[in-house]
Design a protein. Sequence first.
Length: 129
Amino acid sequence: MNHVLAEVSALPLFGQITVQDVGTSDLPDWETGEERVVATKHAVAVATRSDADGDVTIRVIEGEEVGELGQLVFEGALSLTSPLLEVGNFVAATVAQVKVGRIGPTHLRIFVEPIDLPTQVNVLIDPLN
């Protein structure tokens, strides 16, 4: 069963939000501007709708059920140096810290809805064993 750890509304300035290790400077670069997602070891940036169209909702969920989370756009490990994950848009100062209770490589999947110009971003973190 999935458990929602946080739900955040963020202004997606420049049409993006990030999911990242707290305080990281290891941020991904957009190569062409056409990617849905770009990532580094410590951060994932997700393309969304324009900030002119309003906020994007980000949900951080612990669990395994993917049923109605949207379209998968990223699956991989994020290296966390603290038990917190930051989500939102830093340029717009709409960032939240979410306690995920783990340090080190953390497997997660990111889903968006709709697939083009998303308004919803769901971050699914594998449950702690």
